[in-house]
Unconditional design. Sequence first.
Length: 143
Amino acid sequence: SQVRHATFVPRERRPYQFTQLVQLSDGSTYTVRTTMPTALWKSSKDSRNHIMWQPTEKSLRNVELDEAGKLAAFRERFGRGWDLEAKKVEGEEEVTATATVVEAEKSDDPFDSLVDLISGFAANDPNAKLSGLTAKEQEKKDK
């Protein structure tokens, strides 16, 4: 009996490249060849509005740009204690001096870190095995 197999059609080794128009944040455009089929690509961050490319631009100095609102949500939940630099406001010197005294008192606290707190709790736990006995040996000892 006669058998006819499918004819092998080799694929191209390089993917098809589309012509794409890239629009920068300032409105300027240029054309590129890419594998992405989108005809127009609008860039939100590019060399025109990024601090790395424009280090002297004062409008780009705002490091707390909160486009998605995640920073505001974090501050609402946890406060401003995690901020790197607190801006000085008039009358804040007194508050800062009080905060320095409170921090000095905190440094004297034996439970300053979480590890110290956990290890201190385990050392004071009466149920903790201090003798190194197995569970069966401890059970016999408790009887």
